[in-house]
Design a binder for this molecule. Structure first.
Ligand code: ZN
Length: 149
């Protein structure tokens, strides 16, 4: 299977079967995001205990890129510390900003293992869709900002 086709399958799987969908009755932090250029919506509930994200729930509607990114994000952040999640988020942004011909992120960086999220690197070819992929992560940043204030 060609890499692009594999990426498409991974994205569609998350879009059709979003992980950690729903809301938390006891969320410690909540944030909502909107990507007006595509009409994507995303909301996020987090339960945090001792600096660890113990529960995640997301809701949203919009294109497959935004919703798949949110599902992948929920998957990867659950059980991680807030500090680890910030590293992952930084690496995700770095990955999305890599231009053709540039080297991939150094796998030795902390939080460099992005798993299914790597499927979103195909979106880099469509700059307008990068905002779709970013939406859950900007929403997460808003939630974590609230966590630290
Ligand atoms: Zn979108």
């Amino acid at each position: 299977m060609a890499l692009e086709e594999l990426y498409r399958e991974v994205i569609l799987d998350h879009y059709r079967n979003p992980r950690h969908k729903g809301s938390l009755s006891h969320a410690d932090f909540h944030a909502e995001g909107l990507n007006p250029s595509c009409g994507d919506e995303f909301s996020l509930d987090l339960a945090v205990a001792d600096g660890v994200i113990v529960e995640v729930a997301t809701q949203g509607q919009g294109c497959s890129i935004s919703q798949a990114s949110g599902s992948m994000m929920a998957d990867i952040i659950k059980g991680k510390t807030v500090a680890e999640v910030e590293e992952i988020s930084t690496n995700f942004k770095l990955m999305m900003a890599i231009e053709e011909g540039e080297s991939p992120i150094d796998p030795a960086r902390p939080g460099a293992v992005l798993g299914d999220l790597e499927a979103l690197q195909g979106v880099r070819k469509f700059p307008v869709r990068i905002k779709c992929a970013d939406l859950p992560w900007t929403t997460l940043a808003d939630a974590l900002e609230a966590a630290q204030s």
